[in-house]
Each structure stands twice: as structure tokens, then as C-alpha cells.
Design a protein around this ligand. Structure first.
Ligand code: ADP
Length: 232
């Protein structure tokens, strides 16, 4: 089932193009990695997908899913790292997006937060202060938060950028199991091409224009894929 389709997308800042002639789609169950150098348009595309920036032309269509059902895990900034809240509060705040603006959490919200802490094996951290956690633990908390917003589609922006190699591979393992075992569709922006090829099912490689969109199996056999993986 198709969840999202972008057709002939063009996006720019003032008159400078950031994305040109981009078409791709996401089906339920996909694990799509969006890769590309700095400045290749990845963040601009996420802004478009999240409705934070209007395209100049072209279409972004959610099909069979609403924007409200999308869970978003933003890139972590230094300020967020020092956020003075408990883990439970951070995870619960993911519930707020689901039904429009609300001030109070209900019983269902709390149950969902507890369940998502369990899913990510961080129940023991619930009462801790978010800012005292390791980078890897903080990323799991943010992922649990995003899971409170969605059962279906997660968008992750460079989730492992500040993690050490062990925490990075553990994080990729968690995302992969959410995709495989819970059938949650994943869209992840990543710098890490080899991890993308190992974990994802599809690749979108951007360089303002799309260099490649398709399956990982096809990508590794293209010239650009071989070059990125150091085999060409
Ligand atoms: P990436 O996420 O792949 O690093 P971006 O989408 O952030 O790439 O940037 C794509 C292009 O748009 C770059 O040339 C960048 O300089 C430009 N750009 C990004 N954000 C802005 C902005 N707020 N104002 C002007 N230009 C921008």
C-alpha cells in the first residue's frame, strides 16, 4: 500500500534551488534511507514532508495516512540535550501531536508511553532526568517519543550523528526491528551509506537532483552506489 508520493518536486530558498525534479514514493513497510552530501537537499525534503516548507512546484501526497499519524524524530541539538525533564515527560510529549492541541495527558497516553519505553528496553529510565542520560539512551527516549505519535510511519533525521559505534549499531538494530517486527515504515536521513545499505530496503540519493531512487539491491550495482561504497 502506498503511503506517500512525491512528484516533480521543486523547492528553493529565494531563487536558489535546493531540490530539483524529485519524484519518489514510500510504500507501507519500506525502510527508506535518504542519503547525500551536506547541502544536497535532505533537510529541505524533510521540511517539505513535514509541511514546514511549501514546494515551488510538484506534489507531496500522503495516501492512506494523515500527516498527524507521522512520528518525527528531529536531529538532536545541544540545547535539547540539556532539557530539564524526566524521561517519562519527554516520551509522553510525543502523544500531544496525535489529536491536536491538548494540555493534559490521559490514561491511554500514559499506557502508550509505558509500552514504548518497554519496546525500546528503557523502562528502567522512566523516572530519570533526560539530561543525565548517555547519548544512546537519549536517542532511544526520543525514538520512544516519536513512537507515541505513530504506529505507522517514522521520519528520523540523522539519528546516530552523535553516537559512538556501539550505540549506533544498537540504535540501527532497534529501528530495524520496529520496521520488521512491528511493520512501521521508516524514512531516515543518514550520512552513513554503508549502514543505509545494510539496514534499509530502499535508497534515495540526493544531490539537489535525485541521483538514485530504488531498491538497495539495485543501488549497490550502480556506478554511484559503487563509488559511495568504495568499490568503484
Ligand atoms: P542537507 O540537509 O542535505 O545538508 P539542505 O536541505 O539543508 O541540505 O540544503 C540544501 C541547499 O539549500 C543548500 O544549498 C543550502 O545552503 C540551502 N539552504 C538550506 N537552508 C537554507 C535557508 N534557510 N536559507 C537559504 N538557503 C538554505
Amino acid at each position: 500500500m502506498r503511503l506517500l508520493e512525491c512528484s516533480d518536486l521543486n523547492m528553493s530558498y529565494e531563487t536558489v534551488p535546493a531540490l530539483k525534479d524529485l519524484s519518489f514514493f514510500v510504500d507501507a513497510g519500506d525502510y527508506l534511507c535518504i542519503i547525500g552530501e551536506n547541502g544536497s537537499g535532505k533537510t529541505t525534503l524533510l521540511k517539505g514532508l513535514l509541511g514546514l516548507k511549501e514546494p515551488d512546484s510538484g506534489l507531496i501526497e500522503y495516501i492512506g495516512i494523515t500527516k498527524r499519524e507521522v512520528g518525527y524524530m528531529p536531529q538532536q541539538t545541544t540545547i535539547q540535550k540539556d532539557f530539564p525533564a524526566s524521561v517519562m515527560e519527554v516520551v509522553l510529549s510525543g502523544c500531544l501531536n496525535r489529536e491536536g492541541f491538548r494540555v493534559f495527558y490521559g490514561k491511554k497516553d500514559r499506557e502508550l508511553a509505558v509500552k514504548n519505553l518497554e519496546t525500546l528496553s528503557i523502562s528502567d529510565l522512566a523516572g530519570k532526568s533526560y539530561m543525565e542520560l548517555s547519548g544512546g539512551q537519549q536517542q532511544r527516549v526520543l525514538l520512544a517519543r516519536a513512537l507515541c505519535a505513530t504506529q505507522r510511519l517514522l521520519i528520523l533525521d540523522e539519528p546516530t550523528i552523535s553516537l559512538d559505534p556501539v550505540a549506533t549499531s544498537a540504535f540501527y538494530g532497534v529501528v530495524k526491528s520496529l520496521n520488521r517486527d512491528r511493520n512501521i515504515t521508516i524514512i531516515m536521513v543518514s550520512h552513513d551509506v554503508s549502514a543505509a545499505v545494510q539496514n534499509a530496503s530502499k535508497i534515495l540519493h540526493l544531490e539537489t537532483t535525485p541521483l538514485f531512487f530504488g531498491s538497495v539491491e539495485d543501488y549497490v550495482n550502480t556506478d554511484v552506489g559503487k563509488r559511495m561504497l568504495g568499490a568503484g
